[in-house]
Write a protein that binds this ligand. Structure first.
Ligand SMILES: Cc1cc2nc3c(=O)[nH]c(=O)nc-3n(C[C@H](O)[C@H](O)[C@H](O)COP(=O)(O)OP(=O)(O)OC[C@H]3O[C@@H](n4cnc5c(N)ncnc54)[C@H](O)[C@@H]3O)c2cc1C
Length: 492
């Protein structure tokens, strides 16, 4: 990284009155998480959501280890856990069933299955509790940016002004399109129908047939999803009109084609269709407009990573954008959002490509799947793949240094509880085992904890607000340089 220049986004330079510091388009999981992260730093945030009501499709998503850690870091996990079901940290990669590997270095080493509307509601409530405004039934339809801010236009013609606009408006992002950012990649090769409905035959009969079909058809399931309700996944091939929502008859037709019976399905709760397109935005930021979540990357749902990736984008961006608005961000800080997060998305896209191939029914792909299934008996292979999916293996490039530099610090034990309990306010933290370091003039942005008993094998670490290790050592001068690098000039 180049030496930072200390120019701030001073409110006083702009003569146009700003109603907001940041407008976020879209109140999905990414938008809601970003709003909450910004509010931790007192940033004036408006979230504009086109839908009047929260989503109804009760897709169960899995929150993976790193997302659970982020929730714990903000004191949210206790609120979320009762709404989900904890499952073992296993069988993520291409749905290859293996026990959880040994050596999972996390206090939260499980998968939390939770309906997407529930996690969206909880994140939105969290953002509102922290003071974010959310306006529903309002779509962003246009914007113009200048040197000092962004004028955002809504569908009803209302114009709003803010310093920054962030498009968290999903895979078909209006913000991305208006920004003219390319979204290259591969179009969908296969599409699937997914829904929840009741069935007309006994469970034992279903289980036997489904087990037999799944030996060769990975894109198929019919499994209990609550009292009397089944989740159904079938290929959409042959279901003609992509522009129309799927019908129950489409599901019956596909079930009969694969299983020879439609299991008497009836009374659907919701029905949806999704594809396996893979695309990545060329740029995550143009001037004062940024992209996060599905607006910046889309990929097949295999491995359950999209929501996790979006929430983690928001976690990475929130404190950096807040720092810019508060006026203490080093010039290069906001650029690190793209340099850190775009490669992470690229890697996720790639692992979903690989997983998609492994789901193919072609003999060659099936042979590779059998081979990988054998290899995953080696704990190291299993752990490597699991770290990819759960995002605990991420190491941002902060320059040369020990392996821990750039990685997230697990929720280690401290004299007074554990680490993540100290990160609820979204500030940096200096964890000092030497008990002689100081955060000096950065104490308004960075907390300090002296703890000679901390479960660490290094003398001191500086953590960014997202829990990544920004510095390791015991030298105050070196520490000060790194405090400047990440947290700007010290207060006078
Ligand atoms: C079948 C399936 C299973 C999945 N399972 C998992 C899983 O297990 N784990 C996982 O991590 N991910 C999973 N995903 C992916 C996950 O659902 C998405 O990645 C996630 O919803 C992305 O969140 P987001 O907030 O970025 O975008 P979205 O959830 O798409 O939210 C975007 C929001 O923006 C709003 N909006 C759009 N345009 C505008 C506009 N112009 N103005 C204002 N608002 C606008 C939309 O109404 C929406 O509320 C799955 C996806 C599918 C299809």
């Amino acid at each position: 990284m180049h030496p930072p220049q200390f120019t701030a986004d001073h409110p006083s330079t702009d003569r146009t009155p700003h109603t907001y510091d940041v407008i976020i388009a879209g109140c999905g999981p990414t938008g809601a998480m970003l709003a909450a992260e910004l509010r931790l730093h007192d940033v004036r945030v408006l979230v504009v959501e086109q839908e009047t009501e929260p989503a109804s499709a009760v897709r169960i998503v899995g929150l993976h280890i790193r997302s659970l850690e982020l929730m714990a870091m903000r004191g949210l996990l206790e609120r979320i856990l009762p709404h989900g079901r904890q499952r073992p940290a296993s069988a993520y990669f291409a749905a290859i069933a293996k026990p959880a590997p040994k050596g999972l270095d996390s206090r939260y080493a499980y998968l939390l299955g939770i309906p997407q509307p529930v996690i969206e509601r909880l994140l939105e409530e969290h953002a509102i509790d922290l003071g974010a405004q959310v306006r529903r039934g309002r779509a962003v339809t246009g914007f113009e940016q200048d040197d000092e801010g962004v004028t955002v236009e809504l569908a009803d013609g209302e114009q709003l002004r803010s310093r920054y606009l962030v498009g968290c408006d999903g895979g078909r992002s209006t913000v991305r399109k208006l920004l003219g950012v390319g979204f290259p990649g591969e179009p969908a090769r296969t599409e699937s129908l997914m829904g929840e409905m009741e069935v007309g035959v006994p469970q034992e009969e279903i289980a036997a047939t489904v087990a037999e079909i799944r030996e060769t058809h990975q894109r198929f399931w019919l499994r209990p999803a609550g009292v009397g309700v089944y989740s159904v996944l079938v290929p959409a091939a042959g279901v003609s009109d992509r522009t129309e929502p799927p019908t129950l008859d489409d599901f019956k037709h596909q079930l009969r084609a694969i299983a020879g019976t439609d299991f008497g399905v009836h009374s659907p709760r919701w029905l949806s269709r999704f594809g396996d397109a893979i695309r990545l935005a060329d740029s995550y930021r143009i001037g004062r407009v940024l992209l996060a979540g599905d607006a910046a990357h889309i990929h097949p749902p295999i491995g359950g990573q999209g929501l996790n990736l979006g929430v983690q984008d928001a976690f990475n961006l929130g404190w950096k954008l807040a720092a810019r608005i508060r006026g203490w961000a080093p010039e290069a800080l906001l650029d690190t959002y793209q340099t850190e997060r775009r490669p992470v998305a690229e890697a996720v896209l790639d692992n979903t490509r690989a997983q998609t191939e492994l789901l193919s029914t072609e003999p060659g792909a099936q042979a590779v799947r059998r081979l990988l299934t054998e290899l995953m008996d080696f704990d190291e292979v299993n752990l490597h793949l699991l770290k990819k999916i759960t995002a605990i293996g991420i190491r941002y490039d902060f320059g040369a240094g020990p392996d821990l530099l750039g990685r997230r610090l697990p929720d280690i034990d401290l004299e007074q509880g554990h680490l993540y309990g100290l990160l609820h306010r979204g500030r940096g933290l200096l964890l000092d085992r030497t008990e002689r370091l100081t955060v000096g003039g950065w104490s308004d942005r960075v907390d300090y904890l002296a703890d000679s008993t901390a479960a660490l094998d290094v003398p001191g670490v500086l953590l960014r607000p997202d829990g990544h290790v920004a510095w390791i050592g015991d030298d105050q001068q070196d520490l000060d340089a790194h405090l400047s690098r990440w947290f700007g000039r010290p207060a006078l």
